[in-house]
Design a protein. Structure first.
Lengths: 542, 215, 109
């Protein structure tokens, strides 16, 4: 089911990949599809750098005394792993790659509202990346990706300013991308494409963009204050002069909590697309899922204090944030229920994208539930700063966001490249990733519960078995990530040619050839049916 | 031909282009509200904790200069608004005149702030981290006030400088006849940006200069 | 295609209002109103900002979408301030358990 259709003569057709040649045509492009590819290359590069840091960390943690690294070096590694994975992989991943590629296609437009701004976004991202790589090479930063004061402002003697500058600059890329998407979705929908006919991926991207727009500037000003404090030796966050280090945490987490929803919402949007396409069934509860995306975006701004329960925050604020954090779980649960209901009595097929989607639903649910444990003040007092937290957020970020990203890349690969990847290898990789992931991170829940603190290069000997399991899992996970790199690149040249709609899916992006022409559509499409109108055109009953 | 040259490829018509352009700038201004908002939040908290030091610091600022600068910026908003109006009416010379006036007023503001006020505070020893010489009572909290004074007005001045750059670009483009009643979005959205920077000052002036118990 | 063109006169009037309000807020700063000084200053600033937003920035004649964008920004700023203050201003509220109180007094002696 869903095999590639070989279309003769595709090589002679002009599309966005062969419309012009040469490095200038790529570096000066304003075509959203090419910009998406520029981002794809960049974030893949950063993913493997962040991954290399993780490899070294997990190797070190094989032994309780630290097998490989001095604590100072270990501190730099977990900091760089966090900074690079969060700001240079996860946050851009789906919006900048899949969003950039698909938003105009899904709404029937020729490009985004501001194509040149889009290119600028990518350049800004790369400049931010360069500053961060400089920070790595020049000695690294050891404050954690969270830059807590007064370590970052007063005591650290590492590359705090370069790293903060790199993140600050990359933040602008995020803001401009979000801005572009919001304006595009509001103003450039094809005739007949009302808000409630939009694919749910676009609702997710829209909600994500709201977060990017309203949250990222606060991170920018906060990092600016850290840099200013370091440079001028003033005391905005220094208790010795009356500054409040917890104020830093408020300002930092005001962005960084919604940031984690920047990382997961687009992935949820992808899952909505995958679940319906591979069940060949209209999504269950469309408006619930659409509204839940917006609800997550709004409520995400009200919960940041749950990172600070034991930081010295007042207990009254803690209670408020705890209650609100429970609230934010509800829309996510709504999505999981609706996806499951979509699967029920659907005509389900198990190609790689669907395997990633099913993996997401299970792993995200686990990660989300453990989030509720952490939102419970009394429990958090014990597991804050332990591997329980590390397990929780990796279940969401890796088991959730990354699997959604990979599922999306596989699903839309035929549209992006005009080729099909080898599904056998893809399914194998998905399985390896799933197994490796669970072996890596499930033990971490247990380690955290047993009391192993995070961000330490060494640990008590009784934790060794679980740590070795986790490191073993990490090596399997690493292999799982490398295999797609190989076959995806291979498929660009040797994969079977894909037609416009190899999956038989609904959506405007499948109404145009694969790969699409530069202007996306021969004629602006007119939309006359609801989203995911499966089973309406023939006698097939769901 | 004139209108087709004015319409960018991705848009279907001039109205969509115009609305998208304005909406885009409003969204950007929302990000600027949050950017300054972080600083204002910190200021509110510290002012509350160290009221007497912050009031003392406020009294050390020169109200006359602050008020004069406020007037300068309000004038520049007027000239900017009139410039946008001239663009809407296709009056090229008038547009350039108003843009130049706005530019000069903006430069005057920056000159007064940096050249007069900052220089004075630096020479008097009220520049944290650079030249701080006051060691009387509550000096650390007073220093905190001046941190915020310099951060807030500095980041504001940086935005003005960027505005000056934008105005310069607009003047050059206007000189080359790039604007018409069909296509004056760049002038309009630059105007929105300029007015926003003015609004930030509208709040900075009282928060920094006026609530120090000057009676 | 031209957006709403405003009368020169309206701009001048708004400008006059802005200058007037600036004079007012400066003058009020020299009068002792106690706690109300801050409120007055902020209220006048909000009036001035509203004049600029509505008339110079044309929000009076703009679509609801633009108004929503600005409103969202201020609501989100309010969230930042309110929830941060909910911590900063309540840190001293936590009552000390009586056993701690006793031990602290012991240490002081």
């Amino acid at each position: 089911m869903g095999t590639a259709v070989v279309e003769p003569g595709i090589e002679s057709r002009v599309h966005y990949l062969n419309a012009s040649y040469g490095i200038k045509s790529w570096l000066l492009t304003t075509d959203h599809k090419r910009i998406a590819m520029l981002y794809l290359a960049s974030i893949t590069f950063f993913f493997f750098i962040g991954g290399a840091a993780a490899v070294l960390m997990r190797l070190n943690l094989i032994s309780p005394q630290g097998a490989l690294l001095e604590p100072a070096t270990y501190n730099k590694l977990f900091s760089m792993h966090g900074i690079i994975m969060v700001f240079f992989f996860l946050i851009p991943s789906i919006p900048a790659v899949l969003g950039n590629f698909l938003v105009p296609l899904m709404i029937g437009a020729r490009d985004l509202a501001f194509p040149r701004l889009n290119l600028l976004s990518w350049y800004i991202f790369m400049v931010g990346g360069l500053f961060t790589l400089y920070a790595v090479i020049a000695g690294g930063v050891d404050t954690g990706w969270t830059f807590y004061t007064p370590l970052s402002t007063t005591y650290a003697n590492t590359q705090v300013i370069s790293a903060a500058l790199g993140v600050f600059i990359a933040g602008f890329s995020s803001i401009l991308t979000g801005l572009n998407f919001v304006v595009t979705i509001h103003k450039m929908r094809a005739p007949g494409l009302t808000w409630f006919r939009l694919p749910l991926f676009l609702w997710a991207i829209y909600a994500t963009s709201i977060i990017q727009i309203l949250g990222t500037p606060v991170l920018a000003i906060t990092l600016t204050l850290v840099a200013l404090e370091r440079v001028f030796h003033v005391g905005v966050f220094d208790p010795a002069v009356g500054g409040d280090p917890i104020l830093f945490q408020h300002l930092f987490w005001f962005y960084s909590h919604p940031a984690v929803y920047i990382m997961i919402l687009p992935s949820m949007g992808v899952i909505s697309e995958l679940v319906t396409a591979f069940s060949k069934k209209r999504i269950f509860g469309y408006s619930f899922i659409a509204f839940s995306s917006v609800a997550i975006a709004v409520i995400s701004f009200l919960v940041w204090g749950h990172h600070m329960f034991v930081a010295g925050q007042s207990i009254y604020a803690g209670i408020v944030f705890s209650v609100l954090s429970f609230l934010v779980a509800i829309p996510s649960a709504v999505k999981v229920f609706n996806w499951t209901a979509t699967l029920y009595k659907g005509s389900v097929s198990y190609q790689a994208p669907m395997l990633y989607a099913l993996g997401f639903i299970g792993l995200f649910t686990m990660g989300g539930l453990t989030g509720l444990f952490l939102a419970t003040l009394a429990v958090d007092a014990h597991v804050h700063g332990t591997y329980f937290v590390v397990g929780h957020f990796h279940y969401i970020m890796v088991g959730g966001a990354v699997m959604g990203y990979l599922g999306g890349i596989h699903y839309w690969w035929p549209k992006i490249s005009g080729r099909m990847y080898p599904d056998g290898w893809a399914r194998l990789s998905a399985a390896i990733i799933f197994i490796g992931f669970n072996l890596t991170f499930f033990p971490q829940y247990m380690l955290g519960y047993l009391g192993m603190p995070r961000r330490y290069a060494v640990y008590a000997p009784e934790f060794q078995v679980l740590n070795v399991m986790s490191s073993a899992g990490a090596s399997i996970l690493g292999v799982g990530y490398l295999i797609p790199l190989v076959y995806m690149v291979w498929s660009m040249r040797y994969g079977p040619v894909a037609g416009p709609n190899p999956w038989g899916a609904k959506g405007l992006e499948w109404q145009t050839p694969s790969p699409p022409p530069t202007e996306n559509f021969e004629e602006t499409p007119k939309v006359t049916e609801e989203a995911y109108a499966y089973g309406t055109e023939d006698t097939q009953v769901a | 031909m004139h209108s087709s040259a004015a319409l960018a490829e991705q848009f279907d018509d001039l109205e969509q282009q115009h609305e998208s352009s304005s909406f885009g700038m409003w969204v950007f201004l929302a990000t600027e509200v949050m950017f300054f908002g972080g600083l204002f939040t910190a200021y509110i908290i510290y002012r509350n904790f160290y009221l007497s030091a912050f009031e003392a610091g406020s009294r050390l600022l020169n109200v006359k200069i602050g008020a004069a600068n406020t007037a300068v910026l309000l004038c520049s908003s007027l000239t900017m608004a009139l410039g946008v109006r001239a663009a809407q009416l296709g009056k090229k010379k008038l547009l350039i005149t108003f843009l130049v006036l706005t530019l000069l007023l903006g430069l005057a503001f920056i000159g007064i702030k940096l050249g007069l006020e900052w220089r004075h505070d630096y020479l008097e020893g009220f520049a944290p981290g650079v030249n701080w010489t006051y060691h009387g009572s509550d000096s650390r909290h007073l220093e905190l006030f001046f941190c915020f004074y310099f951060f807030l007005t500095g980041i504001h001045a940086l935005h003005m400088l960027i505005g000056v750059g934008i105005l310069t670009t607009l003047i050059i483009m206007a000189g080359r006849g790039k604007f018409s009643p069909q296509r004056y979005n760049p002038v309009e959205v630059s105007g929105l940006y300029w007015h926003f920077v003015d609004i930030v000052w509208i709040f900075l002036y009282p928060l920094l200069y006026l609530i120090g118990g000057r009676y | 295609m031209v957006g709403h063109v405003v009368h020169k006169r309206l701009y001048i009037l708004v400008f006059a209002g802005l200058i007037g309000l600036t004079a007012l807020t400066t003058g009020v700063a020299f009068i002792d109103l106690g706690k109300w000084n801050t409120l007055a200053a902020l209220a006048i600033a909000v009036c001035k900002a509203s004049l600029v937003v509505l008339f110079f920035m044309h929000l009076r004649w703009s679509s609801g979408l633009m108004r929503m964008a600005l409103l969202a920004a201020f609501v989100w700023f309010a969230i930042l301030v309110a929830l941060t203050l909910s911590d900063e201003f309540t840190r001293q509220w936590t009552p000390v358990p009586s056993s701690w109180e006793a031990r602290m007094q012991q240490n002081v002696r």
